[in-house]
Write a protein that binds this ligand. Structure first.
Ligand SMILES: Nc1ncnc2c1ncn2[C@@H]1O[C@H](COP(=O)(O)OP(=O)(O)OP(=O)(O)O)[C@@H](O)[C@H]1O
Ligand SMILES: [Mg+2]
Length: 612
């Protein structure tokens, strides 16, 4: 092989390589520019975005500004005002210190800095076109700095291609702005996308600012945390155990004003909630840790998201002990919440009063058309879903009062079914049904089986047109992220088929206007919120049919009897007799088995009756 000579790389190429580490997507540019504005002492910052940041990112601040003679240096590599001497590297108290962000951004975009310092009459501007820096020019402008970044990655096609759609990039940007701004309540921030307001964070009190990261309903369920030992201070808020979620979405940890991800800290938080939340859930917590800069190394990761503590054990112990103590000293029961009943609902429709009996009543009224008596009102299930539409009129003998098949008649009205002549099925632990079968016995998971049956019924029903829905008297508002709004746009057609009507109200609010009638016991806003959260965390398949099935499955799951619901013998029999009419009844829609079989032969083996 022919050897090539070693040569110093030209600065442009060095910067482009460095940019690869720090600037991954538009949100990384926003983070760097925002941090610079915070370091510059700004109290008001405006961020304007076009096309998810691919077209334009512009950040204007009212900070200290940059004098004209230093402007070209701001774009230069390894040029910073934040480190004056060697020792400063070990006591960093600013967000930036590498002197690299603007050089990196300039190398992969068309960027400009316009800045004016206090005492100067005019602002000055320098431009950087993919690494070529112009001389400063006088221009008009307020005290402070505006950085404009256009055509990001115009000269790195591989990166540009890798960027997602504008809505997704915008979602990353607004998450980034929120998380960067949380520890700075005195700074007011405004974020716009193509002129539309996306996020407004007015200057606020400390707790008020932190609460901007959580949904409104978390407000009454948080505990403030204030801890300090000789060197470490922790301020923040923690959520009651009930607010723990499947993802760490509502967990934010900061060190000296910088958002960090640290597995020791995450572990300490999780441990503090041990036994109070379901395993695998992430508690809601926002912790701002302050410690002497020399006790931590922030220079271990190009984006500074990881840090190294000199004494991580001590921090772990402090966080664990203080959160645990706070939790144990407080009443952890979540406050009761009451949803306004929707029209045409009876008293039993309160979601907190739902019993297995009522759910089964609905189930029966679908499946036992023979039980009806003409002239009485149809159950909400019938009228909504129309499983057994006319000629039947399914009804309760007394208005709103469900009846159940008489246990003594079990086997009569289903005499032709496979259970005729068998011992009656029984329920164990309000959870499992044990049934005598031809070959032996079967153990059924009542929730899994009911879920599969409802899911199949719904799937069959949806082929005949949209589910019938009921308008809400008072639309239920939900606070949403820009990512969730983009997602909502995408899934609207499927929601319409399912009878869910949702409209956008303002930049960060949507409202549920109508909801499937048969789900009248479920709070519509909770359902839609859960759906959007799943989508946001990429837990939904967004292809139309798959999405439809996933949402139908969610509906089936929520409308189903649960483990722990006591059933009458008649209800049990009804559930089992439906099993044969449904395809794939052996598994619930999630793939869990609904039924375990134990043959007589298995039993004989186990009891060693046959000498095996
Ligand atoms: N918005 C701003 N207001 C005032 N000065 C700024 C602003 N943005 C950048 N500067 C000046 O430009 C310098 C270079 O900024 P740059 O972001 O490249 O590096 P840094 O912030 O020092 O370090 P890092 O690379 O870690 O961010 C800063 O040190 C600062 O003096
Ligand atoms: Mg910087």
């Amino acid at each position: 092989m022919q050897r090539k000579v070693i040569q110093q790389l030209p600065p442009n190429l060095v910067n482009r390589i460095a940019a690869g580490e720090v600037i991954e997507r538009p949100a990384s540019v926003v983070k760097e520019l925002l941090e610079n504005a915070i370091d510059a002492g700004a109290t008001h910052i405006i961020i304007e975005i076009q096309d998810g940041g691919k077209e334009l990112i512009r950040i204007s601040d009212n900070g200290c500004g940059i004098p004209p003679e230093e402007l070209p240096l701001a774009f230069a590599q390894h040029a910073t005002s934040k480190l004056a001497c060697d020792e400063d590297l070990f006591r960093i108290s600013t967000m930036g210190f590498r002197g690299e962000a603007l050089a990196s951004i300039g190398a992969v975009s068309h960027a400009s800095i316009t800045s004016r310092i206090e005492g100067n009459d005019e602002a000055w501007v320098v431009e950087n076109r993919g690494g070529t820096i112009t001389a400063p020019q006088a221009t008009a402008g307020n005290v402070g700095t505006t950085v404009e970044v256009r055509n990001l990655f115009f000269n790195v096609p591989a990166r540009r291609k890798f960027l997602k759609g504008s809505a997704t990039e915008m979602g990353h940007i607004s998450d980034m702005v929120l998380r960067t701004a949380l520890p700075y309540p005195h700074i007011s921030l405004e974020l716009y996308s193509s002129g539309r307001s996306v996020l407004k964070l007015p200057a606020a009190s400390f707790h008020e600012r932190l609460l901007q990261a959580w949904p409104d309903e978390f407000r009454g369920q948080m505990l403030p945390l204030e801890v300090s030992d000789a060197e470490i201070q922790i301020h923040g808020i923690i959520g009651l155990p009930d607010l723990a979620r499947p993802t760490a979405k509502y967990q934010y940890t900061y060190l000296n004003g910088r958002f960090i991800r640290d597995r020791f800290l995450q572990h300490a938080i999780r441990e503090a909630y041990r036994g109070l939340t379901e395993p695998g859930r992430h508690p809601a917590a926002i912790l701002l840790i302050t410690m002497p800069p020399q006790d931590v190394d922030v220079n271990v990761h190009p984006t500074k998201i990881e840090v190294r503590f000199r004494d991580s054990g001590r921090l772990h112990g402090l966080v664990l002990a203080e959160i645990r103590e706070k939790l144990l000293a407080n009443d952890l029961a979540p406050p009761a919440t009451f949803k306004t009943p929707r029209p045409a609902e009876n008293a039993a429709a309160d979601p907190f009063e739902t019993t297995a009996r009522e759910k089964l009543a609905e189930f029966f009224s679908q499946h036992f058309p023979g039980e009806e008596s003409a002239g009485t009102p149809a159950s909400p299930v019938q009228s909504a879903i129309g499983f057994f539409q006319a000629p039947h009129v399914i009804a309760f003998p007394e208005a709103n009062k469900p009846t159940y098949p008489d246990p003594t008649t079990i086997g009569q009205n289903q005499g032709q079914g496979s259970y005729a002549g068998k011992a009656p099925a029984i329920q164990l632990h309000n959870c499992y049904l044990v049934v005598e079968s031809g070959e032996g016995l079967e153990i059924i998971d009542q929730h899994a089986l009911h879920e599969r049956i409802l899911f199949e019924e719904l799937k069959a029903r949806i082929t005949r047109g949209p589910l019938e829905s009921q308008r809400l008297l008072i639309p239920e508002p939900i606070k949403v992220s820009p990512k969730q709004i983009a997602l909502l746009d995408q899934i609207q057609p499927v929601l319409q088929r399912l009878g869910i009507e949702v409209q956008q109200f303002g930049p960060d609010t949507i409202a549920v206007q109508a909801f499937p009638s048969f789900l009248h016991r479920i709070a519509p806003s909770n359902f839609v919120q859960e759906l959007l959260e799943k989508g946001e965390n990429e837990q939904l398949d967004l292809h139309d049919e798959e999405l439809l099935h996933e949402v139908l499955d969610m509906m089936a799951c929520k409308a189903t009897v649960k483990a722990g619901d006591a059933l009458t013998p008649g209800e049990i029999e009804a559930l089992i007799s439906r099993r044969d009419l449904v395809e794939r009844s052996s598994n619930c829609p999630h793939g869990r088995p609904t039924t375990l079989k134990l043959s007589l032969r298995d039993l004989e083996k186990q009891f060693k009756r046959t000498g095996f």
